[in-house]
Design a protein around this ligand. Structure first.
Ligand SMILES: [Zn+2]
Length: 99
């Protein structure tokens, strides 16, 4: 058995997706997004939105996170996170169903 760095499960503040990440990675993401953790997809969207806005860098990220959170809530229309139930999200890739 190899010694693996222990992974921590975190959930995205935007879409509620849960991912297992190392503490180092989580710390880096939280530092960038002002203490919040965003999944890979959401963080890419927010970074894109922030880079598009021509405001100051800090405000750009903060506003982009809020905008994306609102977008995700609207998109999910009362998904599981809003009911306070933690559901482990199925993997988005690799789950191919053959009928
Ligand atoms: Zn997300």
């Amino acid at each position: 058995m190899e010694a693996v760095e222990p992974a921590v499960v975190v959930s995205c503040v935007c879409c509620g997706l849960e991912e297992e990440c190392t503490r180092e990675y989580i710390g880096g993401v939280r530092a960038y997004f002002g203490g919040r953790w965003l999944c890979g997809l959401c963080s890419e969207s927010v970074k894109y939105e922030a880079s598009r806005s021509k405001r100051t860098a800090a405000m750009g990220v903060e506003e982009a996170v809020r905008a994306h959170m609102a977008f995700c809530r609207m998109f999910r229309r009362g998904g599981h996170a809003l009911r306070g139930v933690s559901v482990r999200a199925p993997p988005r890739l690799g789950a191919v169903r053959l009928s």
